[in-house]
Design a binder for this molecule. Structure first.
Ligand code: HEM
Length: 220
């Protein structure tokens, strides 16, 4: 998937030392201990299960199933977003741009298009997610929610001829042609924050795995 050229100054800093400037980073020049490599490795199994079992990659997914999945994503983000607001609204690195990564408003709009009113959504219980409230938790959770925007592009493309889902896929492609840049920005911020601190790295990975498992549980 083409995510466009690396143009802005922030990512240009990272590009020369980073072999994985594609959208997902299948390879890394940084070695096995790099935080992004650890995250990818530690969540590979659950990612594969989610990818296989959700049914979202099926262009013929029934509209009712699609709606149920979006409701589940809403309940997950309803649990996560207030915590991420607390953690990241005043985060020191502007490259993170937390407010620009919120997803609830998009899900609310998509679901409204699918006939689910915002009042009905607000009345739903939020999904169960791991209990962390520190920055390591926040970064682990962000890894999962932001990574989902990568696969989201493929899924949205597969659904692009579905007139019954028109106007209901903005959650899947929140950044348009900026998805690759936003992912690279997040990786840069995470690598800066984790640095060489093993305790931080372990805590981020634990949070990412826990969050991914919570997504898996809520999405069935
Ligand atoms: C049918 C559903 C999905 C498909 C087809 C899919 C596909 C993909 C693809 C193609 C990538 C980037 C390419 C690569 O692996 O390098 C990716 C990355 C990723 N996806 Fe998914 N995905 C799906 C669902 C999800 C969901 C629901 C989540 C979160 C709960 C998720 C989390 C991630 C993460 C965290 C990454 C980044 C991996 C990395 O570290 O590079 N994906 N996905």
């Amino acid at each position: 998937m083409d995510t466009g050229p690396v143009t802005d100054a922030s990512t240009a800093v990272e590009a020369p030392v980073d072999a994985d400037i594609d959208m997902g980073g299948a390879t890394s020049s940084r070695g096995d201990s790099d935080i992004m490599a650890c995250l990818r490795r530690s969540t590979a199994d659950v990612h594969e299960r989610v990818e296989t079992n959700l049914g979202l990659a099926d262009p013929d997914i029934p509209a009712g199933r699609y709606r149920e999945l979006m409701i589940s994503f809403y309940r997950l983000h309803a649990a996560l977003e207030p915590r991420l607001d607390d953690l990241f609204t005043e985060f020191e690195d502007p490259l993170l741009d937390w407010p620009g990564r919120r997803k609830l408003a998009r899900l609310t709009r998509d679901l409204d298009t699918l006939g689910v009113a915002s009042g009905a959504l607000a009345a739903l219980p939020v999904a169960a997610i791991p209990p962390g409230r520190d920055l390591a938790f926040g970064f682990g959770a962000l890894y999962v929610t932001e990574g989902a925007t990568l696969g989201g592009q493929l899924i949205a493309r597969g659904l692009s001829t579905r007139t019954d889902l028109t106007g209901a896929t903005s959650y899947l492609t929140p950044y348009g042609d900026q998805a690759g840049r936003r992912w690279r920005d997040l990786r840069l911020v995470m690598r800066r924050w984790v640095g060489t601190d093993r305790t931080r790295a372990d805590a981020v990975v634990e949070a990412a795995v826990g969050t991914f498992l919570a997504f898996e549980a809520a999405l069935y």
